[in-house]
Design a binder for this molecule. Structure first.
Ligand code: MF3
Ligand code: CO
Length: 248
């Protein structure tokens, strides 16, 4: 069942989203060769708590950190590590902020120092694919319209779309209905209505879309070692149109 939110509830999620967006903005300034994703995680947790909010991912099904930090061939759910980031790496930082019981979820990929043209084009296309999805995320369209737009854009640019991880409804729980895949036919799936709040979070790979999980039980990598990037926003369908809750 898709839980419809009131405008008051959406406003509360917007407040959580603002904190999250500000946190990403600060992280972007900190990222450089030599810094570790563990330091970024410490910063994010402190930042979120300093705003009177909590990092919802920490303790979620036993996940141990405030952020997921997914480097190079890691698709998602990478653990923050002490090992320093290196020039040319790409890293996705994903967080969920809980402010007064209402959540917002956003992931962003970043290049460390100077990155290869291959990596830069992957980042750009993945971000653009998110916005292709957002364009279709309007009342009256279906989830499949969002999914299809992302897949067509990604594949026509030579990238694959991860199947094993998808977007989701969100509210006072991190994962609610509907499921939001980033691939599949247009015209299928639930119809979008005012009061729905969900994430769109495409993960694009330079190689195969297939995944494998590390022995830690969380870290998801590309099966072929190819690069992976992800951009994620939380969106609300409102009478005033579709609103991105996780930007400033
Ligand atoms: N933020 C993720 C999402 O986009 C969920 C992370 S899983 C967790 O759905 F265990 F780290 F919380
Ligand atoms: Co997320």
């Amino acid at each position: 069942m898709i839980i419809i939110k009131t405008m008051e509830e959406i406003e509360k999620m917007r407040a959580a989203g603002k904190i999250l967006a500000e946190c990403h903005q600060q992280i972007e300034k900190m990222l450089r060769p030599g810094i570790s994703t563990w330091e970024i995680d410490q910063f994010a947790e402190n930042f979120i708590r300093s705003k009177g909010a909590t990092p919802e991912q920490k303790g979620y099904h036993g996940y141990p950190y405030a952020t997921c930090a997914s480097v190079n061939d890691v698709i998602c759910h990478g653990f923050p590590k002490h090992e320093p980031l290196q020039e040319g790496d790409i890293v996705t930082i994903d967080m969920v902020v809980n402010l007064n019981g209402w959540l917002a979820d956003s992931a962003w990929s970043y290049g460390i120092g100077t990155i290869s043209d291959t990596a830069a084009k992957l980042l750009q296309t993945t971000k653009e694919s998110l916005f292709k999805g957002i364009e279709q995320a309007v009342a009256g369209n279906r989830i499949g319209d969002v999914a299809h737009a992302i897949q067509v854009y990604a594949e026509s640019n030579g990238y694959s779309v991860v199947r094993d991880f998808i977007g989701h409804g969100i509210g006072s729980e991190m994962h609610e209905a509907p499921q939001v895949p980033h691939y599949g036919p247009a015209g299928k799936g639930p119809r979008l209505k005012e009061g729905m709040v969900f994430t769109i979070e495409p993960m694009l790979n330079t190689g195969s879309f297939r995944t494998r999980i590390d022995a830690d039980g969380w870290t998801a990598r590309t099966i072929d070692g190819s690069l992976s990037a992800q951009y994620e926003h939380t969106l609300a369908i409102t009478p005033q149109g579709t609103v991105i809750l996780t930007e400033l």
